[in-house]
Structures are given as structure tokens and as C-alpha cells.
Design a protein around this ligand. Structure first.
Ligand code: HEM
Ligand code: HEM
Length: 151
């Protein structure tokens, strides 16, 4: 996206990127609210305190990044006065002041936090595979109800 010259193709790709990002924001907020009323089942007793803390911290950070990325992306665009047309039909109001420095800082945070996302997802998915193949508990299976539980 960033390497394309300004034009229709870039606008199209950025438009898809923005709408997809806002869909992720809505899904994450919805899931977060649902989660407040529906606690996750307890972690397996075989997990150490350190593993539990790491798992909870990673989940919290994944939520934080999945909220922060679309918001900073939105600010990067809106603070330049550019509109976002959600799914091509719904104009998203510009809720931030016109401010080049704000737009620039938001874009920097937006682009840099992708590396936090990659690291978190890699650690998170790696941990899920570790649970499944090494400690052989039901952590991965319980995310996928069609898989019968081991115990
Ligand atoms: C979870 C949601 C999102 C993720 C993971 C994400 C990820 C990214 C990544 C990785 C880049 C850098 C592309 C590159 O350097 O090659 C980028 C750029 C960009 N994103 Fe997002 N994005 C998200 C949501 C949004 C939203 C909702 C908007 C706007 C409404 C947006 C607007 C932008 C803009 C304008 C750029 C270019 C920034 C610049 O280089 O100045 N993004 N995004
Ligand atoms: C190959 C990819 C992935 C696998 C195998 C995977 C696996 C899992 C598993 C097994 C759990 C359940 C942990 C438990 O029962 O306590 C979980 C929870 C979670 N995952 Fe993933 N995940 C993946 C990708 C992602 C991605 C890309 C994100 C976000 C960007 C994410 C965010 C979360 C969050 C926030 C939780 C905690 C949910 C909660 O307790 O509310 N996961 N994941």
C-alpha cells in the first residue's frame, strides 16, 4: 500500500484497509464487552504462575493493540481532514482537530505497532501450539468446540 503512487489503486487498497480495520475495532470492542460478562474457563492446573501471568498479559496486550491500531489509523487520516467511508457507504465523522503533528504522530504509532502485533501473535500462536503438542492440554481444543476434549 505504502509503495504505490497516489491514485485509484492506492485509494481502493487504503479504503479496504480502513474499513477492515474499523471492522476489527468493532469486533474487538464487542468481544471485549461480551468477555466482561463471560469469564474464560480456568486455565489448566499444570500451568505455573509465570505462565498464567504471561498468558493473561499477552491476551490483554492483544486486545490493546487490536483497539489501538485502528484508532491511531483513524486519527492519522482524520487529523489530516480526510474522510473514511466505512464499507463504502457510511461516512465516519471527523472527531479530531485538523492537526498535522497529531496526524504524523498517530501514523508513526500506527505503523510501528504492527511489530508489537507480529511479536504478540507469534508468541500467542506459538504458546497455543505448545499447549497442544507439548503439554497436551485442552487449551487449543476449547477454542474450537467441534474438537472433542481430551479429558
Ligand atoms: C487492526 C487494524 C489495523 C491494522 C493491523 C493496521 C495495520 C497497518 C500497517 C501494518 C500499516 C503499514 C503499512 C506499510 O508500512 O506498509 C498501516 C498503514 C496505514 N493504515 Fe492501518 N491498520 C489498521 C487499521 C487502520 C484504520 C482503521 C485506518 C484508518 C481509518 C488505517 C489507516 C492507515 C493509514 C492511513 C496508513 C498509512 C500510514 C502512513 O504510512 O502514513 N489503518 N496500517
Ligand atoms: C494461529 C493463530 C491463533 C491461535 C492458534 C490462537 C489460539 C488461542 C487460544 C487457544 C486461546 C484460548 C486461551 C484460553 O482458553 O485461555 C486464545 C485466546 C485469545 N486470542 Fe488467540 N489465537 C490465534 C490468533 C490470535 C490473534 C491474531 C489474536 C488478536 C490479534 C488473538 C487474540 C486472542 C485473545 C485476545 C485471546 C483471549 C480471549 C479472552 O480470554 O477474552 N489470537 N487464542
Amino acid at each position: 500500500m505504502n509503495e504505490l503512487d497516489r491514485g485509484e489503486t492506492k485509494d481502493l487498497i487504503l479504503g479496504i484497509h480502513k474499513s477492515a480495520g474499523l471492522v476489527i475495532l468493532l469486533l474487538t470492542l464487542g468481544r471485549g464487552l461480551w468477555r466482561l460478562a463471560h469469564p474464560a474457563p480456568p486455565l489448566p492446573p499444570t500451568m505455573s504462575i509465570l505462565q498464567r501471568r504471561l498468558a493473561h498479559a499477552t491476551h490483554a496486550l492483544l486486545y490493546a493493540v487490536a483497539v489501538a491500531m485502528p484508532i491511531t489509523g483513524y486519527i492519522a487520516v482524520a487529523a489530516r481532514g480526510r474522510e473514511t467511508n466505512f464499507l463504502g457507504v457510511l461516512p465516519v465523522p471527523i472527531l479530531v482537530p485538523l492537526d498535522r503533528a497529531l496526524a504524523h504522530n498517530a501514523a508513526t504509532i500506527h505503523v510501528c505497532s504492527q511489530y508489537a502485533l507480529y511479536a504478540l501473535v507469534a508468541g500467542h500462536a506459538g504458546a497455543a501450539l505448545y499447549h497442544h503438542f507439548v503439554t497436551r492440554d485442552d487449551i487449543l481444543r476449547r477454542m474450537w468446540p467441534a474438537f472433542p476434549k481430551r479429558s
